[in-house]
Write a protein that binds this ligand. Sequence first.
Ligand code: C5P
Length: 405
Amino acid sequence: MQILQDKKIVLGISGGIAAYKTPDLVRRLKEQGADVRVVMTEGAKAFITPLTLQAVSGNPVSDSLLDTQAELAMGHIELAKWADIIVIAPATADIIARIACGMANDLLSTLCLATTAPVAIAPAMNQQMWHAQATQENIAKLTSRTYHIWGPGAGEQACGDIGLGRMLEVSELVTLCNDFFAEKYLENQHWVITAGPTREAIDPVRYISNHSSGKMGYAIAHAAVSAGAKVTLISGPVAITPPIGCHVIQVNSAEEMHQQALKYAPDGTTFVACAAVADYRVANVSAQKIKKNNDAMQLDLVRNHDIVADVASLANKPFMVGFAAETQDVEQYARGKLVRKNLDLIAANDVAKSGQGFNSDNNALTLYSTIDKTDIPLANKQLVANHLVLLINQHYTAKNSIKKQ
Ligand code: C5P
């Protein structure tokens, strides 16, 4: 069942330009099974019509506190009680200020006072307005009252300014709604995850690297965050955005990744080595760009540290999960690495198969422990990651309960 199935979401829309994205937001939430009721401020109606939102939500739109007919249909108190969550997107500086002050001078601000449901706010405003002391004080007030503040994002704004203040993208808001309702079975756990490729410098402009996109590691980080874990994501250079809620440590080389992994792993409950770490680095990195003076050239390479093996040899090591990307004899190599690197689990994928593994959006894995194996069938990397995180936690819990006996 989808996480948002039958969830009752009140979407509050205030008067910002990002209101034009809300019909899409409603559709995406409904696609996942949510029941959405829209509440609009007067300002919102200057940007988008109630008719549009009524059509996409399949429910009447509420926009007035003092409308007798509307109060007969579903009054503001009933609506406040109906909601599993109130999401205000876009939330302008004005609605944020009014909610922070506890005002009840329109339907949306009244709902926030009248509800016991959680309220999430997706700010959207000019970057200067976002940074204004008054707005920041209001946001601090709402945070202290356990309102959820989703965003804002950074980038180009409708007014031409560049900076913080954009409403999060629709896909990000849908993800946050999912995360909000997801079962928090990893609460009190700290996952340290390596992801992406490493770059081994040859000279100031060239490097040796590989095809890892980071998608699998980032999907695991996302699955762990939405299950309630604290996540430290140690990432090589990739072109994708890290999941919201992770502590991201950007690194380039295997040496840097090694250093950061040893720094954070001792605090972790689980270490997942998903990075495609370069096995070798250049022995003498040239300080200047190397000139093409010869027909051939040699590079001397030296072995990099094995990060996962070094973390696994710590006295206070976390639960250890490695990856094995193989092109042949997958099971044999994977099991060899499991033992050699002293891991609890290893997730193996056959990168010779087309349509999965490196750079692809899909993957299939087999998870090996010393005593059993479980197949995770070919699917979108996020679904595979969700499944994998669940399995890792089952093994982790089993190991800890044996330790306690
Ligand atoms: O490269 P190899 O196939 O040995 O990788 C297996 C596992 O070891 C992966 O989890 C990878 O992230 C990890 N690894 C590492 N440090 C290395 C090489 C591999 O952590 N230098």
